[in-house]
Write a protein that binds this ligand. Structure first.
Ligand SMILES: [Zn+2]
Ligand SMILES: [Zn+2]
Length: 964
């Protein structure tokens, strides 16, 4: 298809519209003409809409899933702007924390904290900052590449001073409300990164571990043992208790000369523990009866710590699903153990240091935790305490950044007492609008069980905790800073990061010196403050809308709610759209290490931004998006269909611009009235869906209308007909629909607008136009329902043709629709002209009874039967054969790559009857094939296009030449 001439459409600095071929041309046009800025100006006085961007980590090129996420956001912001809203759409970047520290460590070849301190914290954080800056730039470009319109010139960066200061305010508020505290806590801990990892950051992997059954001898009893099961033998040296369920029954089993205590209901599953031994049950006791019984640690000789270990009760952590119903409890190395330890006043004994190695408290000094498993099992065996050893494959958490296996470790941390604000959080979350609604249920469940929030990290590159404590051991004063100003006049230029801020001290009232605590904030705390911290100097207000992946129920959605309730006693956002994950075609997470990763760059090379956008945005937003090349290809086909509508208009439209008022009296044919009604129904639905943030539903409505109704139905009907009304209707609905489409596929929409509509509409860009108006008077639901019936009738007539071997180019005399349904009868009458044209039937009639006589092919449908007359009159046969001749010549023209205005000479020779028809309808045929000369019965000379055909068993040769 030749590119239509763009008659004088010229944009400043961008050349003519037909130069806007590639995405890059369009990007340059938007930039050089400052279209985004003009759109912002246009909406400067509109109602405020605050969209808050969940900041991606600035650690690498964007994942296609991140591009999808940003495109969803882009649609909503474009939609609101198109409706006149003053949209705040500032992008954000998460620039602190382990994700970046780990990358910088790799870059500098550092492997642990000692290495970092050796090169100096100042150098290290300098590298972290410049690393973040590099990726902020790269990612900005990548987001722009897929057509995301945000304030890329002024993003919020979590390491900036204003961001840090506004995050500090939350800490002070937490302190003033009595929500900030320091305490012991057992948390997942990465021995490589030497820091705790939050529960919601855990990544699980299947691993093989030892599965051992161990017996603990009861004190003061003769050969009586508690049998426990564990998959972490390395925690056994820290054992302080055995938990039993108060209500379970425990059997005393005679095994050889010993008595073992095991839950009654686990005996059957644990038969193999007893080997060949015959077992006799000596009696049962309840868990309650076991409480307080003392036992000897089997490795007591290897542990310096002397303690009285005993049986304690737990009705929440002892189950009968696995193990023996007696649970080994090491309060310093398990979260459940920690809770039970607190409840019963057990000592938090941990022989493991910060690097994950045993201390001198035990004989395993210097060994790494997991490495000691083997030695501990040997020692148990040597002491006769090992009942059985096996291997188990189970899920175990890893460090999400460096993939090291985590251990649970007691640490001292700073917390926000979620327990004290939980009720506010639960009340507030009910006010949030959730899409889809089940997201709220998941969220409620998560908030309900959330523990106190550990906000500190023992790292370097993060927002420093703004807490200064007095060095005087007898003084408990602490001071919380919320701004640079409060650091004192000597520090007006200080870098608000470690190590610089660590040097600042204050004088305490007691005369002592106050030092900053060494911790930095958890990076989730950074993003959790985004809604106000992003605002810089602006006043706080709730965000109207946020959207992120479903994993953020435990992440950002949660941290925002938590900080919002600390600082403002409210949920800081009004609506959430929770989207799915971007996965491969098998539903697996896409990652470089798995080898199933496809980069955005590769997608852009093979397709373009709009294909990616149309494909991803039409997929159900709250389900996982499965990547397939086929899916992208299909999206490309849809896009091509949409582009063809523009091409059609550019070629055939000869009238003036269409005004909104004019539409009311345009197009009186049934297809015109129908397409207008469908159009306005679509505008209405798209608007409703977008108001509910149901992005994919909106886009799919537009696609349905443009592909099914406009391209496959309406344009097919009006093709080749000179009808001002219909062409103007086509102009109107295509133009208005294009405006809706532009929210989703901005590149192609702009291109079609520039190449055709702009010369009529004038606006410099499609994005500077108003949102489509809804015209109620043109919506006709009854007609739309009738069309559905007419379409069913139409398809049954085509089925009848197929059954009778009558291809659709053969005109058929009559068709009767037999029905007793008044609704069907009316629909057929209303759409009769459309049905006859699209089925190539001369007349269609509605009857209550099947036609008598004639030779009818019957095809039953819902509430009707289509009866198609297979008998063809001589005229019908001739007309059919003429159609066949014309089609052959048209296909010759196509093969010769002629365009419509090219004239030809055609030669038809062969069967007498076919020659006769060509002669009889010569004038009509000449016009239809744009022939200057038509020679019938005369063969062409050499060098012409020649092909032989068979029509109804009759041979014919057709030659075509281009006229000079
Ligand atoms: Zn790690
Ligand atoms: Zn003091």
């Amino acid at each position: 298809m030749r590119q239509p001439e763009a008659s004088g459409v010229r944009s400043p600095g961008s050349g003519t519209a037909h130069e806007l071929q590639t995405d890059n041309d369009i990007l340059k046009f938007w930039a050089s003409s400052a279209i985004y800025e003009k759109l912002k100006e246009k909406t400067a006085n509109g109602e405020y809409f605050y969209f808050c961007d969940g900041p991606p980590y600035a650690t690498g090129s964007i994942h296609p899933g991140t591009a999808w996420n940003k495109c969803i956001k882009d649609v909503i912001c474009r939609y609101k702007r198109a409706n006149g809203f003053r949209v705040r759409s500032q992008p954000g970047f998460d620039t602190h924390g382990l994700p970046i520290e780990v990358k910088v460590e790799q870059k500098l070849g550092l492997t642990n904290k000692q290495d970092i301190e050796k090169i100096g914290i100042a150098k290290f954080i300098g590298e972290c900052k410049s690393f973040a800056d590099t990726y902020v730039k790269i990612m900005t470009k990548e987001f722009g590449r897929v057509g995301v319109w945000m304030d890329w010139e002024s993003p919020y960066i979590t390491y900036s001073d204003s961001y840090i200061e506004r995050s500090w305010a939350t800490i002070r508020e937490a302190d003033e409300k009595g929500l900030l505290f320091q305490g012991d806590y057992v948390l997942p801990y990465c021995t490589r990164c030497e820091t705790t990892v939050a529960n919601y950051e855990l990544e699980y992997e299947d691993v093989n571990d030892p599965s051992v059954f161990v017996k603990f001898a009861l004190s003061g009893k003769n050969n009586e043992y508690l049998v426990i099961w564990t998959t972490t033998p390395w925690t056994l040296p820290a054992n302080m208790a055995v938990m039993v369920h108060p209500l379970y029954k425990y059997a005393k089993v005679k095994v050889g000369r010993e008595t073992w205590i095991i839950a009654n209901d686990r005996l059957e599953q644990l038969q193999e523990l007893f080997g060949e031994e015959s077992t006799v049950i000596l009696g049962t006791v309840s868990g309650k009866e076991l409480e307080g019984m003392k036992y000897e640690h089997p490795l007591a000789d290897l542990i310096r710590k002397k303690a009285q270990r005993k049986v304690v009760l737990s009705d929440e952590f002892v189950t009968l699903e696995e193990g023996t119903g007696l649970v080994h409890c090491a309060p310093a190395h398990g979260q459940e153990d920690f809770i039970i330890g607190k409840r019963f006043g057990l000592e938090l004994f941990s022989p493991i240091d910060k690097s994950g190695k045993y201390t001198g408290e035990v004989a395993y000094e210097g060994m790494a935790a997991f490495d000691a498993n083997k030695k501990i099992i040997e020692d148990l065996e040597a002491r006769g305490a090992l009942v059985r050893k096996m291997t188990i494959t189970h899920r175990y958490p890893n460090c999400w950044r460096c993939k090291t296996r985590l251990i649970y470790l007691k640490t001292i941390q700073w917390f926000i007492a979620i327990s004290k604000i939980k009720q506010t959080m639960l009340n507030e979350l009910e006010k949030i609008g959730w899409v889809p609604p089940y997201g709220k249920e998941r969220f409620r469940e998560f908030v309900n069980t959330a523990p106190d929030w550990c906000i500190s990290r023992q790292r370097y590159w993060g927002i420093p905790l703004p807490i200064w404590v007095c060095g005087n051991a007898k003084c408990s004063q602490r001071k919380i800073i919320v701004s640079r100003k409060e650091l004192g006049s000597g520090n007006s230029n200080v870098e608000l990061h470690r190590p610089y801020i660590d040097k600042i001290t204050f004088k305490c009232k007691c005369g002592g010196e106050m030092h900053r605590v060494p911790e930095v904030l958890d990076v989730w705390f950074d993003s959790g403050n985004a809604i106000w911290a992003a605002l810089g100097g602006e006043k706080y207000s709730k965000a109207d809308f946020i959207t992120e992946g479903k994993d953020q129920v435990r992440g950002w959605f949660y941290s925002l709610l938590g900080t919002g309730c600390v600082l403002h006693n409210e949920a800081p956002y009004k609506s959430v759209l929770m989207h799915g994950f971007f996965v491969d075609e098998n539903g697996e997470k896409m990652s470089k290490s798995k080898g199933n990763y496809v980069s955005l760059e590769e997608i852009m090379e093979k397709f373009d931004a709009d294909t990616f956008r149309l494909w991803s945005l039409s997929s159900t937003v709250w389900d996982d998006l499965k990547f397939t090349w086929v899916g992208l290809k299909e999206a490309g086909n849809i896009l091509a269909t949409l582009k063809n509508i523009g091409v059609y208009l550019a070629r055939f439209y000869k009238y003036a611009k269409v005004t909104d008022e004019e539409v009311n009296w345009l197009g009186k044919n049934v297809e015109d009235r129908y397409i207008l009604s469908r159009h306005y129904s679509t505008v209405q639905k798209v608007t409703e869906y977008l108001d509910r943030y149901e992005v994919h539903r909106a886009l799919n409505e537009i696609i349905l209308f443009m592909v099914d109704d406009l391209s496959r139905f309406y344009i097919k009907l009006i093709k080749g007909r000179e009808n001002e009304g219909s062409h103007k209707v086509l102009y109107h609905v295509s133009f208005e629909m294009l405006k809706l489409l532009s929210l989703f596929t901005p590149f192609s929409s702009e291109r079609i607008y520039q190449s055709f509509f702009r010369k009529y509409e004038g606006a410099e860009s499609i994005f500077l136009l108003d949102y489509p108006k809804f015209q109620y008077t043109l919506k006709d639901t009854r007609l739309e329902n009738q069309y559905i019936i007419a379409k069913a009738v139409l398809s049954k007539i085509l089925d009848a043709r197929m059954a009778g071997g009558l291809n659709v180019r053969r005109p058929v005399g009559d068709c009767q629709i037999v029905t007793t349904s008044a609704e069907v009868a009316e629909a057929v009458r209303e759409f009769s002209s459309v049905i006859t044209r699209l089925t190539n039937v001369k007349t269609i009639a509605v009857a209550e009874a099947a036609p008598k006589g004639g030779s009818y092919i019957e095809q039953p449908g819902d509430r009707f039967t289509a009866c198609l007359n297979r008998e063809l009159s001589k005229e019908l046969v001739e007309e059919g054969q003429l159609n066949e001749l014309r089609r052959r010549i048209q296909s010759a023209r196509k093969e010769m790559s002629l365009i419509e205005s090219d004239r030809i000479a055609a030669y038809i020779t062969g069967d007498n009857e076919l020659e006769g028809i060509a002669k009889k309808y010569e004038a009509q045929l000449k016009a239809e094939i744009n022939a200057a000369k038509l020679h019938v019965g005369v063969a062409a000379k050499a060098a012409a296009f020649t092909k032989e055909w068979e029509i109804d068993g009759k041979k014919v040769a057709i030659c075509v030449e281009k006229e000079k």
